[in-house]
Write a protein that binds this ligand. Sequence first.
Ligand code: FES
Length: 94
Amino acid sequence: TRVSEVDGKAVTTIEGLSEDGTHPLQIAWLSNNVSQCGYCQPGQIMKAADLLARNPQPSSQEIDSALRGNLCRCGTYKRIRIAVADAAGQMKEA
Ligand code: FES
């Protein structure tokens, strides 16, 4: 995303997702040991946060579709999918 595309708009980064790391996605990421090198993880989580904001109960196909294009050289896709589904379940119960 080019900076010019977000000029004048609010931008939330991984640091702004929650003050204390207790967003359901952050908890699900830890409990599912998603991260390996971590390079791609902020982008993966923020893309997942956008998905859950628009679609609180996504199907596996919707998760895959939403995160397509966010590359992970460590191949954590399976754990990412599980963590997003876990977070969606936690958010549903809350
Ligand atoms: Fe290493 Fe995704 S965790 S690139």
